[in-house]
Every structure is written in C-alpha cells, then in structure tokens.
Ligand binder design. Structure first.
Ligand code: AMP
Length: 208
C-alpha cells in the first residue's frame, strides 16, 4: 500500500498546525510538527527549569526564541527517527518540515530508499499583513487564557526575523518542488479564507 505522505507548506502563522489538527482525524495519520517537537524538547519556563536544560536543549530554545532555524542535521535526524515509528506506517502529515532545500533533498532521498514518495504538497498562500494579524491574535488569545505566549510570536521577532527566514531559506523549498515534484503533487491554495473553507480546499485536493 502506498503511504499517505502529505506536506503542509507555508509561511509561519499561515494555519498549517490548525489545518493539520483537523485533517489528521479525518485521514487517520499522525501530524508531525517539528516546531511542536522542538518546543517539547526545550520546554522550560522557570529559571530552575532553564538551568536544568542540557546544552543542546538550550541551543534549540535560543534559536527558536530568536526566530532562526534549528540546524539541518538535527532536524533531519529527528524526522528520520519519527517517521520510523509504528504510527507512521500508513503515512503522515508534515507540518513545518521541510524548511530548507537541504531538508527537502534529504527527505526525498530518505523516501526513495524505502520506495515511498510524497503524495501531496499543499502550499498555503497568505499575505504578510494577514500573517501579522494572525500571529498577533494567537499571542493575545494565549495571554488572555492566562498562559505564556510563544517567545517567537513576539511581533518584532515575527516581522523582522521569521518572515525573512521564510523568504530566504524556506521559499527555495517551494522552488525545489516546483522543479522536481511530479505532476499532481504540488498544489497552491489561497489560505486567506476561513478555517473551514481552507480545510475544504485541502480535502478536495486530497480526495482527488
Ligand atoms: P513552528 O512551530 O513550525 O513555527 O516552528 C517553531 C520554530 O521551531 C521555528 O521557528 C524553528 O526555530 C524551529 N523549527 C521547526 N521546524 C523546523 C525545521 N524544519 N527546520 C529548522 N527549524 C525548525
């Protein structure tokens, strides 16, 4: 049976995680969010928890807070281990990976070695103004619920770093897939609409 391997691609705060959450229960495959995995790995809020982090955990935490990218080798090995787990045997939904051309190439090689391939790449288009609005809303909702917002959802980090990192390091992934993905794999959708409408567009693509 061919695996259901789907990539949700797009800028930060485009709604990849939100859509992944809806889709996984319908598709019966797990969501693999490298951002969630790194947040879990480097979870520490109090000074005591921060002091207890290992050096590599602290490095990840600092990179994330600054809006930069974790190094490819670390990310690629995390993915390799994750997709080898039992729950990924029928497929998985990638959210936030690949984020560099190297990651995309390593993923292709890894899949080729097991005769697997990417079934769909959904590129979610959202303009910068809307992304900034979405990240500000997300931050405010978390504060209103009495929790700590993500350090990298700070408006300055978002506008000055994360959007630039996306343009410079992640957009080349799209160019790579434009050049290499077989017909019927890469789809671009307007993801500026409501959550339900965007879900519908993705479902229409996936169900062919
Ligand atoms: P996300 O939750 O997808 O916005 O990811 C949050 C942060 O985790 C990113 O800004 C990066 O610092 C790190 N991260 C997540 N996925 C990757 C990846 N594929 N490559 C490098 N860094 C990543």
């Amino acid at each position: 049976m061919t695996k259901n391997i789907i990539i949700l691609f797009g800028p930060p705060a485009a709604g990849k995680g939100t859509q992944a959450n809806v889709l996984i229960s319908k598709l019966g495959i797990p969501q693999i969010s490298t951002g969630d995995m790194f947040r879990e790995m480097a979870k520490a809020e109090t000074p005591e928890q921060i002091a207890a982090l290992t050096e590599s955990q602290r490095t990840v935490k600092n990179i994330m807070a600054s809006g930069g990218l974790v190094d490819d080798e670390t990310v690629n090995s995390l993915i390799k281990d994750r997709v080898a787990q039992e729950d990924c045997k029928n497929g998985y939904l990638l959210d936030g990976f690949p984020r560099t051309r190297n990651q995309a190439e390593v993923l292709d090689k890894m899949l080729a070695s097991t005769n697997d391939s990417i079934k769909f790449i959904i590129n979610m288009n959202v303009d910068d103004e809307e992304l900034i609005k979405r990240v500000e809303n997300r931050r405010q909702e978390i504060i209103n619920s009495g929790n700590q917002p993500r350090e990298d959802d700070n408006p300055k980090v978002f506008k000055e770093k994360r959007l630039n990192v996306y343009r410079e390091q992640t957009v080349p992934v799209l160019e790579y897939y434009n050049d290499t993905a077989p017909d019927g794999v890469l789809f671009t959708i307007d993801a500026m609409e409501s959550i339900d409408n965007v879900t519908k567009k993705i479902e229409d693509i996936i169900s062919g």
